[in-house]
Structure formats: C-alpha cells, structure tokens
Design a protein around this ligand. Structure first.
Ligand SMILES: [Zn+2]
Length: 232
C-alpha cells in the first residue's frame, strides 16, 4: 500500500512538473543569469553606458527646463535620444559584445520588443524597462477613440501629449531602474559563481566584423542625409 502510494505521488510529481511553464524551472530568483566572463563584462559595460546616458539626460533636462514649454514629437524624441545614444556609444569596453542597434523598444501600439542581439544578462532589465513603457502606453491609449484621436491631432502616439522634459525625466528614471537590476545581477554572479569562463573569441570576431560593416553603412547613410539637408 505504501509503495503504491509512493508510486502515485511520484507520478503526480512528474505530472506537476510537465504542467509547469518551462521558465519557472529554468532559474530561481537567486540564481545568477550566467557565470560566463563575457556576460559579466557585458553587464559591467552596460552599467557604464547607462551612467553616461544619465549624465546626458541631466544636460538635456537642464537645457529644456530653460526653454518655453515644449511638447514631444517624434522628430524631437529621435533627436534627443540620438544625443543620449551618442554618449552611450562612446563607452567601448574591449571585449564587450557590440550591438548594432537599439536593444528594445515600445511602439505606438504599445507593443514591446527586445532585440535578438541583447546579451543574455541584460534581457531581464530590458524587459522590465520596456514593460514600464508599455504600462504607460496602455494607460494613455484609448482603443475606442484611437482613430478619432488620430484624425483630430494627426497622431495616435500618446507621447505627443507629453512635454519633452517629462519624457526625458521618465526615460532617466527607467534607466536608473535598469542599472539597479544589473547591479543585483552582478552581485548574484559574485556570490554564486566559483569561476568565470573565458571570453568567446571567435564569436566576438564575427560580431566586431558585423558592427564595423554596419558602422560603415551608417556613415554612408549619414553623408547622404547631410547632403540632402544641405540642399533644402
Ligand atoms: Zn525607454
């Protein structure tokens, strides 16, 4: 009888495991995201980049606070975010994974995405960052009136109802949230990893080559658009 019960328990246990979503078995909250030297380096570099971004946000916030109230629009957002991206791009840690574009985003329909290029240990914080954008987007979106709003204001992007200063402050706060998650990931690594594996050289070579190619294309594109602008 006891043996039968044990077998039954065992079977139920196995069944329960198959019912669980695969993610819940993968990693506990205290497990490090990885014990690879590469992932640790990528985390450290991302923190440095975000600290640099923060400084740029501060400059921009100060600048816009001295201007008459200015509403956000897509072109302004791209321009100001571009300055932040430039500040971040100046941080180049030897051996860190380079990525060719933005690591994540949330579009006007409140859909969030994370780039396939996003290194493993950055993904949780990136998802958290975009989830905050999505929450704010969903809260401001009125699905019934979407078309109406679009006809009325010429835009369905709720961010157009924000001031540039509010947007910059929000983005800065989100970046600080990201830094906090990365720091806790690093701490878990330091507490749990007995040793770190070597950097993966061959994979990195391919990434660096792809990035160099991308940079050449970007520069060519920029020259074309500078030329275009000088005509108008
Ligand atoms: Zn953001």
């Amino acid at each position: 009888m006891t043996i039968l019960r044990l077998i039954l328990f065992g079977l139920f246990g196995l069944l329960a495991l198959t019912w669980l979503p695969s993610d819940s078995r993968a990693q506990g909250p205290q497990d490090p995201c990885s014990c690879k030297a590469q992932d640790k380096l990528d985390l450290e570099e991302r923190i440095k980049k975000l600290v640099e971004a923060d400084k740029e946000y501060d400059n921009l916030i100060k600048h816009w606070q001295q201007q008459p109230k200015t509403m956000l629009k897509e072109s302004l957002r791209t321009a100001e975010q571009g300055k932040v991206n430039t500040a971040m791009a100046k941080i180049k840690t030897p051996g860190a994974t380079r990525y060719s574009g933005t690591l994540g985003g949330t579009d006007v329909n409140c859909e969030s995405w994370i780039s396939d290029e996003a290194p493993l240990c950055l993904r949780r914080a990136l998802k958290d960052h975009e989830a905050k954008h999505k929450t704010r987007c969903d809260a401001h979106k009125d699905p019934e009136n979407e078309l109406f709003v679009e006809l009325l204001s010429g835009s369905a992007d709720w961010r157009d109802k924000q001031t540039i200063v509010d947007y910059l402050k929000e983005e800065k706060a989100d970046h600080q949230g990201e830094i906090a998650i990365y720091q806790s990931e690093l701490k878990k690594m330091q507490n749990n990893c007995k040793q770190f594996t070597e950097l993966d050289r061959s994979e990195k070579m391919l990434l660096e080559q792809a990035l160099a190619q991308r940079e050449r294309l970007d520069q060519a594109e920029k020259r074309v658009s500078d030329y275009g602008q000088s005509l108008s």
